[in-house]
Design a protein around this ligand. Structure first.
Ligand code: XIL
Length: 370
């Protein structure tokens, strides 16, 4: 694996991992896979990233964007990482570098180096950018916690105006609020934002984002509500309420961090996408990865099951015209947040040597109508 100077920082790994476990992220409420394929113990590796047809060509033929979360130092220092990102994806998202903590770690001091580099990389390769994320409790610097409610309001206004304003006309969309639903109550999660600004903070954030960038598609993004369950009902209720009140929300992102041993059924994912689209919202699969370490069987069985999950999710997206993009949270098993947050796994579509995995072909086939 080629050397990479810096990976995205790992924040609050234990906290996030337990939240995801509680939420049944990547497990629970889903379909138990039926037959687990049996195959040879050591699968033959696929061809290298630069010998397979660009995934973005396949997705374009289906009228969809295919995205990946990336980090700027990889793009700058690792020719393989950069080459694969540019060749295969036409919708890039910052895995870390557009969040509040990296952008404004100190109050009033903005650092856009990483974010600017990602946007410039995308533009040079004809890719679009999804900004991620304006408000997320998981990436808020400490100083925000100590503000009084009026100070917090000013800080939120300043942050959204400055960040979304900077990338006006350069990003297609923004994840405006990330992960606001609580996994226990299915009401709004208690965060620095809800405590300081009240439950109206979600609407406030979308209005501020619209003002800062009137052209961007404004998205609510969350996990664990991909299929039909209490979480997706809560997300649906939240965004429906916002729409009805005239709050400027344009779309919903379904993260899709799933576990191939138990994942939401394709029918449920399609039905959930459809009900969101019927509200007049765009939908995107925003952070897909597919954990396989709990899948029974040998390496080939895990790869086959993973391919199937990628197939089913892309196919569910393609059933609804307003499902406009499928974004992966990374793209090579050499760099995945799953390893540090959940345990060693290989959740993506290129292996650690950047060779195409069965999952890659699973996505490609469905985009090509095969
Ligand atoms: C994660 C990144 O992958 C990590 O590198 C970082 O340390 C923490 O954030 N849901 C989200 C993403 O919306 O922003 C998170 O990304 C993963 C869960």
């Amino acid at each position: 694996m080629p050397p990479v100077s810096r990976r995205p920082p790992v924040v609050a790994a234990a906290t996030l991992a337990s939240v995801f476990a509680l939420a049944g992220c990547g497990g629970g409420g889903g379909t138990e896979p039926s037959a687990v394929p049996t195959a040879a113990a050591t699968p033959t590796p696929g061809p290298p990233w630069n010998e397979v047809t660009p995934l973005r060509d396949a997705s374009a033929s289906a009228g969809r964007l295919v995205g990946a979360a990336v980090y700027s130092s990889g793009l700058a220092t690792d020719a393989t990482y950069a080459g694969a990102a540019g060749r295969h994806f036409d919708y890039l998202t910052a895995e870390w570098e557009m969040k509040w903590d990296p952008v404004q770690k100190t109050q009033g001091v903005f650092d856009f180096a990483g974010a600017d580099a990602i946007v410039a990389f995308a533009e040079a390769r004809g890719a679009q950018v999804k900004g991620h994320a304006l408000l997320w409790h998981g990436a808020t610097p400490k100083w925000v916690e100590s503000l009084s409610p009026p100070e917090l309001r000013i800080a939120v206004e300043d942050h959204i105006r400055t960040v979304a304003g900077r990338y006006r006309r350069r990003v297609r969309a923004w994840d405006v609020v990330n992960e606001a639903i609580d996994d226990g109550t299915y009401g709004l999660r208690s965060t620095v934002f809800s405590r300081g600004l009240g439950d109206d903070y979600v609407a406030v954030a979308f209005r501020l984002a619209r003002r800062a960038d009137p052209d961007a598609e404004l998205i609510y993004n969350d996990y664990g509500g991909e299929g039909l369950n209490r979480k997706s009902d809560a997300i649906y209720a939240l965004v429906k309420g916002l729409k009805e009140r005239g709050v400027p929300i344009d779309g919903v992102g379904l993260q899709m961090h799933v576990n191939a041993a138990s994942y939401p059924s394709a029918a449920d994912v399609a039905a959930n996408i459809r009900r969101l689209a019927d509200l007049g919202l765009q939908v995107n699969i925003s952070e897909m990865d597919v954990q396989v370490r709990n899948v029974p069987g040998d390496a080939a069985a895990k790869l086959a099951r993973q391919r199937q999950v990628y197939r089913e999710v892309v196919a569910a997206c393609l059933t609804v015209p307003r499902c406009e993009a499928v974004t992966l949270w990374g793209f090579t098993d050499a760099h995945s947040w799953i390893d540090s947050f959940f345990g060693a796994d290989d959740p993506l579509v290129f292996d650690e040597q950047y060779r195409a995995k069965p999952a890659f072909y699973g996505m490609q086939d469905v985009f090509l109508g095969r």
